[in-house]
Design a protein around this ligand. Sequence first.
Ligand SMILES: Nc1ncnc2c1ncn2[C@@H]1O[C@H](COP(=O)(O)OP(=O)(O)OP(=O)(O)O)[C@@H](O)[C@H]1O
Ligand SMILES: CC(C)(CO)[C@@H](O)C(=O)[O-]
Ligand code: BAL
Length: 290
Amino acid sequence: MSIIKTIENLEAWLTDADHRNRTLGLVPTMGYLHEGHCSLIRAAKADNDLVVVSVFVNPTQFAPGEDFESYPRNIERDYELAVDSGADIVFNPEAGEIYVQGASTAVEVSGEITKKLCGASRPTHFKGVTTVVNILFNIVRPDKAYFGQKDAQQALIIKKMVRDLHMPVEVIVCPIVREKDGLAMSSRNIYLGPEERKQAVCLNCGLQKALEYLNSGSDDSRSVRKLIEVIENHIKGQDLAIIDYVRILDGETLEEITDIEPGKTALAAVAVKFGKTRLIDNRVLSVEVR
Ligand SMILES: Nc1ncnc2c1ncn2[C@@H]1O[C@H](COP(=O)(O)OP(=O)(O)OP(=O)(O)O)[C@@H](O)[C@H]1O
Ligand SMILES: CC(C)(CO)[C@@H](O)C(=O)[O-]
Ligand code: BAL
């Protein structure tokens, strides 16, 4: 088994007598795999006969000045980790393989869902994501595709795209895998210096404090404004943390809400910069029924 680089070789593998008519799971990644990715691969292997892991640092989802060039890459290590976690193949194409010469077609989900949160900070990002995910779906034709809740907005957008376009694939969203101290695993965590790494737990701790406040029974415990203040105050306690956003929005549509309503879910989402490293994290908030 080896790393497949071309669509032609991937197609040959997919249509091989041993692989035809088997259920297929796809785990799209940008590589530099960690336990978060491995959990998606294991979930895919549990549900499907075959698992394809794609490793592709997609240029179209990075804006000029973002970290496309410096994004960490190590395909040999990725291959080992993917296979150990249950992948049958790793698809690692060059950009010219994914984007045909002269390509000028994009897939874009419009509306609030793509404009808020990371869509506000990175206005061209999600168009790049939905376009490449579409291309990967067309090439691999999976029955199921696996995404992480760490990128909660991305998961909601991809689900919406699949629903809106009647795409024949089931989107599965898997829980956030964290380091022992609670920091959400991310390939970008390696950019952090030692002091930044220590302080980076504030994303998770701030979100946890909001969840605790929500269920504290205080008069204003369901107020979005108050809960945002709880998160912001905690993050601001770290001198190296620069808040990009702290928002609490409707958990499905990402529309504005003022209170967490019983029976509904809200998404508390944060993006925080440490130097040039931008980290994201989130919590689904719902009121405990007592
Ligand atoms: N800690 C995690 N737990 C669960 N899933 C994760 C985690 N980190 C990433 N994923 C998921 O893995 C998939 C591939 O993500 P990606 O390769 O961008 O990794 P990443 O660690 O999120 O990198 P980045 O530094 O770009 O945020 C996405 O669906 C993402 O949500
Ligand atoms: C889904 C994805 C692989 C598309 O490039 C990327 O956005 C990611 O790794 O989350
Ligand atoms: N997982 C998110 C990919 C990105 O930041 O481009």
